[in-house]
Design a binder for this molecule. Structure first.
Ligand SMILES: NC(=O)c1ccc[n+]([C@@H]2O[C@H](COP(=O)([O-])OP(=O)(O)OC[C@H]3O[C@@H](n4cnc5c(N)ncnc54)[C@H](OP(=O)(O)O)[C@@H]3O)[C@@H](O)[C@H]2O)c1
Length: 275
């Protein structure tokens, strides 16, 4: 594993981008060497540290992603879904590993496009960069494998009022894990997804319940509801800094990997991160 990775933050003006800069200033594992905002953003030209509310870093925010990639070992993208395709293309051209934390781009990019990119660069898709959620996904896969199909699976998630996508990327990842545990392909698991509706519940459906309000950082519960018993596996995020810590840990790891498609599950399989 590389000891210190040089990282470019894409989407630095956003809430997560600024949290990444703040948390990185306390972690020896990652050094921010470039920071990217949208062309025309009010952040362009500002110091990334000052933008994040800490001391100056000497890193000027730019909208020139290819130039930023020239001074980085890994790119960390927490921007907006419409930017994902261009960010992937720039990282492929620069041969720079890419961690995508942005969510909600699913409709804009096909699996085969993502696989093609992962043929050229290490690509880590992380709809939730919390190490606790990465473990939750593994536990859900395990529970779905063990419990009989009579246990209905419902995914309940809550986020702040400004979140754009629903269900959350994490809720979809939990549904995929539950489906995989039951031997379904990812698409089969999601095609059975429902959001309530009329009539009795069909066996095998994975239901979603979405709550949006206030400043809730992120809560996910996977409910396995059987006859006379329930199992609930839950995670609650209390502070956005936890996503930043997980993303930076994963980015440092990704910088030392060969080209390929990765997820946060690959990080929690490394024992040292759980110790
Ligand atoms: N994976 C996780 O664990 C996790 C956790 C929290 C959030 N998220 C996801 O991460 C994304 C960002 O979340 P957030 O809360 O930080 O949102 P946000 O506050 O809206 O920040 C997104 C920022 O992206 C910038 N942007 C837009 N187009 C860009 C481009 N082409 N290049 C670079 N920057 C661009 C925008 O700023 P400018 O216009 O000033 O550039 C905007 O401030 C969302 O998709 C969210 O769902 C993921």
């Amino acid at each position: 594993m590389v000891t210190q990775a040089r990282a470019v933050i894409v989407g630095v003006s956003g809430r997560m981008g600024r949290a990444l800069v703040r948390v990185a200033s306390e972690l020896p594992a990652v050094r921010i060497t470039a920071a990217v905002a949208r062309a025309g953003s009010a952040s362009v030209g500002r110091d990334a540290g000052v933008l994040a509310g800490i001391e100056p870093l000497g890193v000027e925010v730019t909208s020139d992603l290819p130039a930023a990639l020239a001074v980085a070992d890994v790119a960390i993208d927490f921007s907006q879904p419409h930017a994902t395709r261009a960010n992937i293309a720039a990282c492929r051209a620069a041969h720079t590993p890419l961690l995508i934390g942005t969510t909600g781009f699913a409709a804009e990019l096909t699996e085969s496009e993502l696989d093609a990119a992962a043929g050229d660069i290490p690509l880590l898709l992380a709809p939730n960069t919390s190490l606790g959620v990465a473990l939750l996904i593994e536990l859900v896969r395990r529970a779905a494998r063990s419990l009989p199909p009579e246990f209905d699976v419902e995914i309940i998630e809550a986020h702040h009022r400004t979140k754009q996508d629903a269900p959350s990327g994490t809720a979809l990842a939990l549904a995929r894990a539950a489906g995989e545990g039951r031997g379904l392909e990812a698409q089969q698991a999601l095609s059975g997804a429902c959001a309530g509706g009329n009539g009795p519940r069909r066996q095998g459906e994975i239901g979603f319940a979405v709550v949006r309000g206030g400043d809730i950082v992120g809560e996910h519960t996977v409910l396995f509801a059987g006859s006379g018993e329930e199992l609930r596996l839950s995670h609650r995020a209390g502070d956005r800094a936890l996503f930043a810590r997980g993303a930076l840990t994963a980015a440092r790891w990704l910088a030392g990997q060969p080209a390929g498609r990765y997820g946060m599950g690959d990080i929690v399989h490394e024992d040292q991160y759980l110790g």
